[in-house]
Ligand binder design. Structure first.
Ligand code: SF4
Length: 448
C-alpha cells in the first residue's frame, strides 16, 4: 500500500478525535483550474493554542488496526473498514515533509491498539522522540496516550509532547462498561492522575529553577541545568455525547470532576456519529449538533464564568440543556430575581452572569467605570449585543422599563437568541441611539 493511500485511510480514521475545528468542513478543491486552495489535504486540521493562535496539525492514527471492540468506534476489531499502518519513520517523514512545506505546525497522533498497550504506546512515543531528539523538531506535538500503557511510557511521552490526552470516552462508568467493556475506567483515571502529578512536578521544578536563577544573578553561581518539561500544554480528554443515555447534567458533572481532580485543560465533547454496521446498543440517529455546542458553552461557563455545573442545567428540564437558548441566557431567565444588575456597582462575579457580557468585556467595563459612570453609549462603542444585554442591566442613562410582562421578556430575548445568524456586511449601519433605545427591553416588570 503506498503512503498516499495509508494517509487517506489513517487521516480519515482520526477524524473522530476532537481538538480540531475543521473536520466537518465542506470538501473543496481547485481541480479544473478554478480558484485556489483545497480542504482535502488529508489529515490537516486546525486546533487552537492556549494563547488563541490557530495552528494546523497533521492529525493521523499510527494505525487503525485495533484489537478492542468499542461499539461506538469505526476502528473497532469487528468493523469492516480498510486498514492501514504507518511505521514510525513514515510518520516522522510525513510530519517533517508537511512541516517543511509549511502545511502544518504540528502533529496530532493517536492509534488503535495493536498487540498490547505498551507495544502501541512505545511506537507513539518513538515518533515523538525521533522528531524531537533526532530531527530537533520544534513544532507542536499532541499525543493521544493509551491508558493501560506503563507509567514509564506515559512519563516519556510527556517529555516530548506539548499536550497529552486520554479519552474517558463516556460520561459514566455504566456507559463505558456497556459500550467499551474492554476499557478499564480505573486505568483511565489512574493514568490521568499520573500525568497530572508529572505536570505539577515539572511546573514546580521550573518555578524553583526560575527562583534560583534569579538569586544567582549577576552570575555569582553557575547556572543549573534546565528543569525538564512535561506536557507544557497540559492534558485533555474527550467524551462522546449521545451514544449512551447520559444527560447533560451528568456529562457536566463528570467534566467538573475531571477538571477538579486532574486539572485538565479541556474536555472535548464529540457528538456521537452513527457508524456502519453499528451495534443495536447504539442509537440509530446522531444527537443534534447543537447539543454538542451547548455543552461547550456550558463548559465555558464552568471554567471562566464561575458557574457551578449543577447551576447550569435546571433539574426541571429533565437534566438537559435547552437547545434553543444558550445556557447563560437560560440561567438568567430562570433567575430573574438577580436582575437587573447595575453595571456601575455590581461586583465582577455578578457582571459575568449578565447575558451578552464576556470575560474581556467585563474587564473593560470594570476599568472604564473607575473613571466615569457607564452609559448605554459605552456598551454601543464596545459593539455589544444590546438586545441581549439591556433587559438585564441598569446604567447611568438606562433602566429596564415596566411595559412587558415576564413571559414577553422571555419570549423576546429568546427569539433574539434564536434568530438565524447573519454575517454583517461592511456597509451595515451601526445601531443608532434611537434603535438601541428600542433594544432596551424592560426587565423591571419581571423582577419580583
Ligand atoms: S481502543 Fe480506541 S481505536 Fe480501538 S476500538 Fe476502542 S476507541 Fe476504537
Amino acid at each position: 500500500m503506498n503512503r498516499q493511500t495509508k494517509l487517506a485511510i489513517l487521516a480519515d480514521a482520526a477524524k473522530y478525535d476532537a481538538s480540531c475545528a475543521s473536520s466537518g468542513g465542506e470538501r473543496r478543491d481547485s481541480l479544473g483550474g478554478r480558484g485556489i486552495g483545497s480542504t482535502e489535504g488529508s489529515g490537516i486540521c486546525h486546533s487552537y493554542a492556549p494563547d488563541g493562535r490557530c495552528i494546523s496539525l497533521l492529525k493521523i492514527l499510527l494505525t487503525n488496526f485495533c484489537r478492542y471492540d468499542c461499539l461506538y468506534c469505526v476502528n473497532r476489531v469487528s468493523s469492516n473498514v480498510p486498514r492501514a499502518r504507518f511505521s514510525v519513520h513514515e510518520v516522522v517523514d510525513l510530519t517533517l515533509d508537511f512541516y517543511r512545506r509549511n502545511c502544518i505546525e504540528g502533529l496530532f497522533l493517536s492509534s488503535g491498539i495493536i498487540r498490547d498497550p505498551d507495544y502501541t504506546m512505545e511506537q507513539v512515543v518513538e515518533v515523538a522522540r525521533q522528531l524531537r531528539k533526532v530531527h530537533d523538531f520544534r513544532g507542536y506535538i499532541h499525543l493521544k496516550t493509551i491508558p493501560d500503557a506503563s507509567p514509564e511510557l506515559l512519563r516519556r511521552a510527556g517529555l516530548y509532547a506539548d499536550r497529552l490526552s486520554i479519552n474517558v470516552e463516556l460520561p459514566t462508568l455504566q456507559g463505558l462498561q456497556q459500550l467499551a467493556p474492554e476499557k478499564d475506567a480505573t486505568a483511565i483515571r489512574r493514568s490521568m492522575a499520573r500525568i497530572a502529578i508529572h505536570i505539577d512536578d515539572a511546573q514546580q521544578a521550573q518555578r524553583e529553577q526560575r527562583a534560583s536563577t534569579a538569586k544567582s544573578l549577576p552570575q555569582s553561581r553557575p547556572r543549573r541545568a534546565e528543569a525538564p518539561r512535561f506536557a507544557a500544554g497540559g492534558q485533555s480528554t474527550q467524551m462522546i455525547v449521545g451514544a449512551d443515555d447520559a444527560d447533560d447534567r451528568t456529562i457536566l458533572a463528570t467534566s467538573a470532576l475531571l477538571y477538579g481532580s486532574y486539572r485538565l485543560r479541556r474536555v472535548y465533547y464529540s457528538a456521537f456519529s452513527p457508524i456502519p454496521d453499528a451495534s443495536r446498543s447504539l442509537p440509530l440517529a446522531a444527537p443534534p449538533l447543537i447539543r454538542e455546542h451547548r455543552l461547550y458553552q456550558a463548559d465555558w461557563l464552568m471554567r471562566h464564568y464561575g458557574f457551578a455545573h449543577d447551576e447550569i442545567v435546571p433539574s426541571a428540564q429533565g437534566g438537559m440543556l435547552s437547545l434553543h437558548v444558550d445556557p447563560k441566557l437560560a440561567w438568567a431567565l430562570a433567575h430573574r430575581e438577580r436582575f437587573p444588575v447595575d453595571l456601575n456597582r455590581a461586583p465582577r462575579e455578578l457582571l459575568l452572569r449578565v447575558p451578552g457580557l464576556g470575560v474581556r468585556t467585563v474587564e473593560r467595563l470594570l476599568a472604564a467605570r473607575r473613571v466615569r459612570r457607564l452609559r448605554s453609549d459605552d456598551l454601543r462603542q464596545l459593539r455589544l449585543p444590546l438586545r441581549k444585554i439591556m433587559p438585564f442591566v441598569v446604567l447611568a442613562d438606562h433602566r429596564p422599563g415596566k411595559v412587558l410582562q415576564p413571559q414577553a421578556v422571555a419570549v423576546s430575548v429568546t427569539a433574539a437568541a434564536m434568530a438565524v445568524p447573519r454575517q454583517s456586511s461592511l456597509f451595515d449601519e451601526l445601531p443608532s441611539a434611537s434603535a438601541s433605545a428600542s433594544h432596551s427591553l424592560p426587565l423591571a416588570s419581571v423582577v419580583p
